[in-house]
Design a protein around this ligand. Sequence first.
Ligand code: 5AD
Length: 373
Amino acid sequence: MKTDRLIEELYREHTLSDEDYRLLIEGLRQEIREIDPGELYQLLRKDPETSHPDRPILQLFHRAQQVRESVYQKEVYLRGLIEFTNVCKNNCYYCGIRAGNAQAERYRLSKEQILACADQGYHLGFRTIVLQGGEDPYYDDAMICDIVRGIKQQHADCAVTLSIGEKEKESYQAYYDAGADRYLLRHETANEQHYKQLHPDSMSWQHRRKCLYDLKEIGYQVGCGMMVGSPGQTTDHLIEDIRFMQELGPHMIGIGPFIPHKDTPCREEKPGTLYDTLILLAVMRMTYPRVLLPATTALGTIHPLGRELGLLAGANVVMPNLSPGDVREKYLLYDGKICTGDEAAECRHGMERRVASVGYQVLVSRGDWRGQS
Ligand code: 5AD
């Protein structure tokens, strides 16, 4: 069959022609439907030699695992996520914390609360703290720098990742100078028309893209990414995403399924699927062997084994929640989000068990990108 030839080519060359990416992604989508997620989980935990290597979909995941293990062995990196504000000035059509959602109960954490969370995370073994929030003008550059410095002063061996949206280059530079190491800003889609379909006119693909290039130029380890199955997304859009990322050279790619939120204009849209996301993860692992690839919370939300399957499809990062219990259920980007109740410690230990259940091992380390540059 053609799919298995394409998997081998991608495994060897780390890229395909547009047409072959399309054939591969669409061919795999057809085939994977025949397997149930529980069965897939069992098959992928077995030795590849004994688990039908002749089925292209299993071949895909085994090849992706081989690539991830050649770079990152069996290690999984932990990032402790602190969702410090759900106030946002933007109105992205898909997002539950969009400015226009009057139903969202808004909150902001103080510097002291954030530092306490980071400290707790440190003692639980996190060496990367991710500060994520809406684009909330309340936190000006001086405050963000102050918080970054505070974490670095407490824990010099921790990496600090920011995920606070689109800013001016000078602001990005100031955070970097204050000690921030990494920045996550999903590009969402590399197709301008599609970008317009998902965002209001006040936002633009050009600016998004500029931000990502600014961040790289400054020297951050940069994460981009997109939702799988976002409203209007086609296979061609995904191929444009792949080409954009080949050009940008991100250190991390965040991929999760789109999940509708009831108080957004996208409430009636179909969610992205577990399988489409797993296929994309494996294709990304083989296209960018060294990239940091998280098994996202959204993936764990659409299926109880989502994150485990994500790891088996080539992911090597997990991001448990460190936010204080009373605000977690307010940071709802989409409906049904998991881990809104667990304590940080439970989340951490639960994650360790999940990772171990698929034969991998969480690491107490910063988990930097492992590349040559
Ligand atoms: N479903 C899944 N992911 C979402 N995000 C925002 N809204 C949703 C949703 N409804 C993702 C976006 C954003 C990241 C922080 O969360 O890709 O960049």
